[in-house]
Design a protein around this ligand. Structure first.
Ligand code: NAD
Ligand code: MG
Length: 446
């Protein structure tokens, strides 16, 4: 093997924007070190079978398995395999269960969770339970089942590495603090080191259920010297729009993101700033921080991916041009850094970098995000379900742009909060919130 290591990667959602960027990163890692054994062991796609089979055929080496998660595409996939002469060279597997098989296959070292929405939950959770390194793009999994997923990671020792650019930035900015925590944990307790894991140990979590303060204590133990995590947000296409303009916004306007080229759902989430709401909740679970340790600032250029403020007032940030290949590669190669296909900042040009306060009045989704992060429990699944229903309804012209956040808010208000739900309860509430939001939407006439 090579000093730079490598690994077999399962890419769940390989046909999407993050998935194809991941394939690009793996190609480049192989090129930059031919000795390394980086490869896409398996890839999955849902309905775009033509692009999925093209991605498979163009991969070198061929993936061992290709998962078609939409069972009804079986015949189409078989035909593609015949036409591309992939039969016998690359195994096809079908249905949502096949995603779980790919995520837990013993040959796989790292799983890139890049399915969009709640559909990514089972495969991501099973990868965590199987102790894989998980590069997490699929933030909805943490929003829906944060406590279940982080508990599973603490038990299996799975490393959960953020791919979301903001959380990757924060993870990078926290390196020194993580190192300090590990050293002081060693000197207090020479057992294998719980402070090295991203989230708190089961004991810490039990603590924080028993006393009001220990969520705070556990945070300052794991992240010594850290005061606040500051998420940046581009502000999306409606950063400077009035509420009235947003009320009348068309899908084409909402899909026109100023700095990032992403899948449809996250692009609409960015326009409503529900994406930032989901990211506040994601940060809460990923770093196990109280909601009041999280802040949001607007940064239109998307170069500063997020910042961490320390007790002495110093602020450390991570900067790079907006390109997801950097955080994807970091999740794969951490703690190593290798040349990456994403562009570098061009210092021959002026760097425009501004930071502005976020406007919670025009973007009520932000307050919703903080509220959900504060109460935890069942709030995340309910808001996420409503949002996943509202986004396609807006794209189909059935509700207004501003109705998206309003449906999320009303659905959250109509549910009775529970603080420690089981996974099956969360899944029930996922179904309930979708039904509830659909019912509310049916009464809207535009
Ligand atoms: P995308 O729409 O481009 O791709 C989604 C992928 O999920 C596709 O491969 C699709 O086949 C698969 N998929 C869709 N429905 C499915 C289902 N029911 N079952 C199984 N697979 C299904 O989305 P994207 O922009 O790549 O985003 C993926 C995830 O990454 C999202 O959770 C998003 O929030 C997150 N993310 C994306 C970006 C970005 O730059 N695109 C940045 C940060 C986080
Ligand atoms: Mg993000």
């Amino acid at each position: 093997g090579s000093v730079r290591g490598g690994g077999r990667v399962a890419i769940l959602g390989a046909t999407g924007s993050i998935g194809t960027a991941t394939l690009d990163v793996i190609r480049s890692l192989r090129q930059c070190d031919p000795e390394s054994d980086w490869r896409a062991w398996s890839i999955s796609g849902h309905s775009r079978i033509d692009s999925l089979s093209r991605l498979a055929a163009e991969s070198a080496p061929l993936p061992e398995t290709v998962v078609v998660s939409d069972e009804s595409r079986r015949a189409e996939a078989d035909t593609c395999w015949k036409n591309l002469n992939l039969q016998g060279r690359c195994r096809l597997d079908f249905g949502p269960e096949a995603l779980v098989r790919a995520a837990t296959a013993p040959e796989v070292d790292t799983v890139v969770a890049s399915i969009v929405g709640r559909a990514g939950l089972e495969s991501t959770l099973e990868a965590v339970r199987a102790g894989k390194r998980v590069g997490l793009a699929n933030k909805e999994t943490l929003v829906v089942a944060g406590p279940v997923v982080t508990q599973a990671a603490a038990e299996s020792g799975s490393e959960l590495l953020p791919i979301d650019s903001e959380h990757s930035a924060i993870y990078q900015c926290l390196a020194e603090s993580r190192h300090l925590a590990a050293r002081s944990a060693e000197s207090v307790d020479p057992r294998p080191n719980p402070a090295q894991s991203l989230s708190s140990s089961p004991a810490d979590r039990a603590d924080s259920l028993n006393s009001g303060n220990s969520a705070e204590d556990s945070f300052s133990r794991r992240f010594p010297g850290v005061r606040r995590l500051i998420l940046t947000a581009s502000g999306g296409p409606f950063r400077d729009a009035t509420t009235q303009q947003m009320r009348d916004a068309t899908p084409a306007q909402a899909l026109n993101h100023p700095t990032w080229d992403m899948g449809q759902k996250i692009t609409i989430d960015s326009a409503t700033m529900m994406n930032k709401a989901l990211e506040i909740i994601e940060a809460k679970w990923l770093f196990d921080v109280p909601a009041d340790r999280i802040e949001v600032v607007i940064h239109p250029q998307s170069i500063i991916h997020s910042l961490v403020e320390f007790e002495d007032g110093s602020v450390i940030a991570q900067l790079s041009p907006p390109d997801m290949r950097l955080p994807i590669q970091y999740a794969l190669t951490h703690p190593n850094r290798l040349p990456c296909p994403s562009p570098v900042l061009d210092r021959q040009k002026p760097w425009e970098m501004s930071l502005l306060p976020a406007d919670h009045e025009r973007f009520p989704g932000l307050s919703l995000g903080f509220e959900v992060a504060k109460v935890g429990g069942t709030a995340g699944v309910v808001v996420n379900g409503a949002n996943e229903i509202a986004v396609p309804l807006f794209l189909e012209g059935k509700i207004r742009f501003t109705d998206i956040v309003e449906l999320c808010r009303q659905t959250l208000r109509s549910h009775n909060h529970e603080s420690s739900p089981s996974l099956s309860r969360l899944l029930e509430l996922d179904a309930w919130s979708r039904e509830h939001a659909s019912g509310l939407a049916a009464k809207i006439h535009i």
